[in-house]
Each structure stands twice: as C-alpha cells, then as structure tokens.
Design a protein around this ligand. Structure first.
Ligand code: ADP
Ligand code: TRP
Length: 329
C-alpha cells in the first residue's frame, strides 16, 4: 500500500445480517474508493459485544459480514481486511484517548442516550463506544470514513479527541473526514424507520429469493387504492427502489405512481426484480464463501497481522509522546 494515497476506513459490527442500509451507507462507498485509496475495512467485533448476541451469533455474523464484503467486491489483496479483536493495539489506544475524553461529552453520545432512553442497563462498552471508535479510526490515520448519518456524532467526537491529544502531546493524530452522502445517509427500513440490524425491518444484501420476497412484501405502504394517484416521495417502496434502479427507471416508476392505476404491490414486484438484478450476480459467491468459514478466518487473520504492523508503529509514537514505558520489542 503506497503511503501517498489517501486512506479510507470503515467498520461494521457483526451483530446481524448486513442490509441495504449498511450497503449504501458504508460498504459501497468504501468499495467504490478501493482503487484510488488505501482502504481499511474491519469487523468491529468488540463493538458488538455490548449487545445481547450469543458467542455463536457473533461468530456466525462475523463470517456473514466477511463473506458479504468480499462478494460485494472488496478485494482483500488491495487493502486491509481485519478484525478489531485481532489488533489489540486498538484497545490500548482507546485507553489512552479515554484518559482525555470528557465524561460530560460521553453522556451526550446518541449511542449512550438511546440505550438509557430504552431503559437498558448501560454497560461500560456502550459508554465507551465513541472512544473505541475513535481509536479504530485514529490508529490508521484515516482520511475519509464512509458512514451513515447515525455515525456523524461519533466522527465529530473522534475529531475532538484527536485535537485534544494533539494540543497536549503534539501533532500525532490525523483528523478524519466523514463521508456521508445525502441520498443514502438514512436508508429506511420496511417500517419506514431507519433500517437497522437491531430492528426487524431490514432487506438483506444477500438472501434467498423467498426471503427477499418476504422482506420486500412486508414493506409498510400507505392506504391509497389501486386507482388513486400516489406520491412517490412519501413511499418506502419507492425510497428503496431509488437506490437500486437507474435514473430512467426511477423516473418511470415516479410517473406511474402519479398517474394512478399502479399499486404498491406492483412497485414491490419491480423492487424485488431490481434487487435480484443488482445483487443476484454476487449472491452465488456469497453462498459459496459462507461454506468456507475456515478460509474466511484465515483471510481476516492474515489481514489482521498486516494491520498490526501499522498499529504497532503508530502506538509506539503515541506511547513515546505520552511518556509511558512502552513495549519490550
Ligand atoms: P447497524 O446499525 O445496522 O447495526 P453497523 O453497526 O454494522 O449497522 O453499521 C455499519 C455502517 O452502516 C455504519 O456506517 C452505519 O452508519 C451504516 N448504516 C447502518 N444502517 C444504515 C441506514 N439505515 N442507512 C444508512 N447507513 C446505515
Ligand atoms: N460505530 C459503527 C456503527 O455502529 C461501527 C464502527 C465501529 C465504525 N468503529 C468504526 C465505523 C470506525 C466507522 C469507523 O455503525
């Protein structure tokens, strides 16, 4: 990887089946940049431990995520594909950053406030989430971080922690920019709320025809009758169709909505066809990869070993700057 290229980095939690929100908000923007940037993609597996998934689920979702990224076109030979848990230097950096992270700021993090609002007994993993995420990013001097809108505040905190560190210890942390495209910042789920692994409202990137159909058919629509003209701008089916169809097809569907005589059921069938057309060709590779978890594990461990070389270099600079003893190697 050439040092002169800009670096794009993002991560995702192995906490469910990857969905169209993940794809358009984070995975695709990363994959689109992989030829022109040095890229880093990691399994944020420590980040998923503050949920309620079992060990079997975390393991299984890790393979699902790895297979998804590779089937979607991420080329592990070009950049770095690694696991957060396999680069322990990240947690060390998180500790150091945490020593300057204001308590008050962490109490204002959406991740923390959401858990509190839901009455969940908040653990330190949730409270520290923004600090660990900052370490993920600052460890590798990322220039650009493609994420959905929900992560904007975490990116702002990352920049804040970096500035605090630099003010106290010198220019060591590189300030990242978020990459959040307006049109995919919040992909709606089948219920019209933000699509999320933790809600039962997702359309998976890869699924069987039967499951795709089930997911799309469950999209909540308005109560207009078949003959009525409809407003595409307020329809969840149309919101997803826009993401997978080309500009002409999107315009054609909008015209049909406005003309009337075109039902939500028709739109759903067109959406299913489009999902099959876009993701179908990559799906065989996905199912094939899912049959070889050992290969996926080898792949991510190889990438993690390479990531550790960079992480150690960075951590040594940080340790030197803060004045701790450092490492015996
Ligand atoms: P989830 O919120 O589904 O558990 P992850 O933690 O795996 O997702 O997030 C991976 C990336 O996908 C993050 O950058 C997140 O902002 C993005 N993302 C998740 N859901 C959406 C959505 N509905 N629209 C746009 N981006 C999303
Ligand atoms: N916090 C992100 C999410 O919940 C996942 C994540 C963890 C991440 N570390 C990151 C994304 C670093 C980008 C960069 O969606």
């Amino acid at each position: 990887m050439g040092q002169s290229k800009k670096r794009v980095l993002t991560g995702s939690r192995p906490s469910g089946t990857p969905h169209l929100g993940n794809y358009f908000g984070a995975y695709k923007p990363l994959i689109d940049l992989q030829n022109s940037y040095d890229f880093f993609f990691f399994l944020a597996d420590f980040h998923s431990l503050n949920g309620t998934d079992t060990a079997t689920e975390t393991r299984q979702f890790s393979f699902t995520l790895l297979a998804t990224m590779i089937a979607c076109g991420l080329d592990p030979q070009r950049g770095l594909l690694y696991a957060q848990s396999a680069v322990p230097e990240v947690c060390e950096l998180a500790w150091i950053l945490g020593c300057q992270a204001p308590y008050g700021m962490l109490t204002r993090a959406h991740s923390f406030k959401d858990s509190q609002a839901k009455g969940i007994d908040v653990n330190m993993g949730v409270f520290n989430y923004p600090v660990l995420m900052a370490a993920d990013i600052l460890m590798f001097d990322a220039d650009v971080v493609p994420v959905g809108q929900d992560q904007k505040q975490h990116l702002e905190m990352t920049r804040d922690f970096a500035q605090r560190f630099n003010n106290r210890y010198g220019s060591i942390m590189h300030l990242p920019e978020p990459l959040i495209s307006d049109d995919v910042a919040v992909v709606p789920g089948t219920d019209g709320e933000k699509m999320s692994k933790s809600k039962n409202n997702t359309v998976a990137i890869f699924a069987t025809d039967k499951d795709w159909k089930k997911q799309v058919m469950s999209i909540v629509t308005g109560s207009a009758q078949l003959a009525d003209p409809k407003d595409p701008a307020t329809c969840n089916v149309f919101a997803l169709y826009r993401l997978v169809a080309d500009i002409v097809e999107v315009q054609q569907m909008a015209d049909k909505y406005r003309a009337g005589g075109y039902g939500f059921g028709h739109a759903k069938l067109e959406l299913i066809d489009k999902i099959k057309a876009v993701f179908g060709p990559m799906r065989d590779r996905y199912f094939e990869l899912m049959k070889r978890p050992d290969d996926l594990r080898d792949l991510v461990l190889t990438g993690s070993a390479r990531a550790r070389v960079l992480a150690r270099e960075k951590l040594e600079k940080v340790q030197e700057a803060v004045g701790v003893i450092g490492r015996p190697y």
